[in-house]
Design a binder for this molecule. Structure first.
Ligand code: UDP
Ligand code: MG
Length: 332
């Protein structure tokens, strides 16, 4: 029995759609076929990310005869991550599977992903081992980016960018998704204590329509990586992040200052000629490094203020509770 508006589904599929009129008919067909093989009731939340083609009309028509198909339309294009975030927010199942609308991901893989969740994992990430995209502009940057993300974050999976992933809902709830960040969900989740694994999935070449991305996304992903690392490691204590370089800079600055003073005394008080280092350089270094160190400290303090606003204005805690025993109310 597929889910309708009244019953709570066991599984929610979340699918971002942007100018996919050529792919949608095949997607509906694939979903019709895949649905009976999935845990029931099941719903699919398709988020039209401000398409300018006939995508929304096709979605609305398809939904008329399919009560399990729920459609959300953005007012304008907000990006794939925002579309996935909306799909997560508006879906209701305790398990969420995200996939692309262009059928590059194969709905046939979903039962295998779910099996992994049953084994106790909380995030199962698809790995497009045999990825069917352009080599130079897409696969090569992706190999480098995946390696870098794994190295920086310590969460090692092969293919962060694959949309096809299965999640237990609780791992998604504490975090807002920004920019290109849907790819970092396994990292957030792992930092939140979730068990994360990956699984090889089928990847098809895009059969219809065009890819929405090119090389430009690499920069966004790199900048997002910086944010994620900062937020993940230091979001509750920014002063620790800025404090270390601040101390290093101030120490070297003070050292230059000390040499400058020692040299001044040696030459002008004790009248011993000859200088160790150029006084101008020393003075410049002293002033520059010390002020930079102070700036870093101040930045850390500002960060501390911001992070308090961030946590308190949203009622966010600095910790996540998994379970509670002998408490009156169940864990929220
Ligand atoms: N997409 C979206 N908003 C965008 C760009 C893409 O919702 O601004 C959707 C798109 O319709 C597709 C998925 O995100 O379902 C992946 O996009 P695409 O296939 O272009 O990316 P690629 O597979 O080439 O990485
Ligand atoms: Mg695609």
């Amino acid at each position: 029995m597929p889910s309708d508006a009244a019953t709570t589904p066991a599984l929610s599929l979340v699918i971002p759609v942007y100018n996919e009129e050529e792919s949608l008919p095949a997607l509906f067909e694939a979903l019709d076929k895949a649905l009976p093989t999935l845990p029931q009731p099941v719903e699919a939340v398709l988020v039209d990310d401000g398409s300018r083609d006939r995508s929304f009309a096709l979605l609305r028509d398809a939904a008329a005869s399919r009560p399990w198909l729920r459609v959300v339309r953005f007012r304008r294009n907000f990006g794939q991550t925002a579309a996935i975030a909306a799909g997560i927010d508006l879906s209701r199942g305790p398990i969420i599977v995200a996939l692309d609308a262009d059928l590059q991901n194969d709905p046939k893989d979903i039962p295998r992903l779910l099996q992994k969740l049953d084994e106790g994992y909380e995030v199962v990430s698809g790995w497009r081992r045999d990825r069917q995209d352009k080599a130079v502009t897409r696969r090569l940057p992706s190999v480098v980016a995946n390696w870098l993300i794994g190295w920086v974050t310590g969460v090692r999976i092969h293919d962060y960018g694959c949309t096809l992933k299965a999640y237990r809902r609780w791992v998604l709830e504490p975090y807002g998704l920004y920019g290109e960040m849907h790819r970092f969900i396994p990292i957030y989740a792992s930092w939140a204590g979730a068990r994360v694994t990956e699984m090889e999935v089928t990847h098809h070449p895009r059969r219809a329509g065009v890819s929405k991305y090119g090389l430009g996304r690499v920069f966004k992903v790199l900048l997002d990586l910086l944010t994620v690392t900062f937020l993940g490691g230091y979001s509750t204590k920014p002063i620790y992040f800025f404090g270390r370089p601040a101390f290093a800079l101030c120490t070297v600055g003070m050292l230059s200052g000390a040499i400058f003073v020692a040299q001044f005394i040696k030459e002008h008080v004790m009248h011993v000629p000859g200088e160790w280092l150029q006084p101008v350089t020393l003075l410049l270094l002293a002033v520059f490094l010390f002020s930079l160190g102070v700036q870093f400290l101040l930045m850390g303090l500002l960060g501390e203020i911001l992070i308090r606003t961030y946590h308190e204005s949203q009622g966010k805690k600095t910790y996540l509770v998994g379970e509670r025993v002998n408490f009156e109310r169940p864990a929220e």
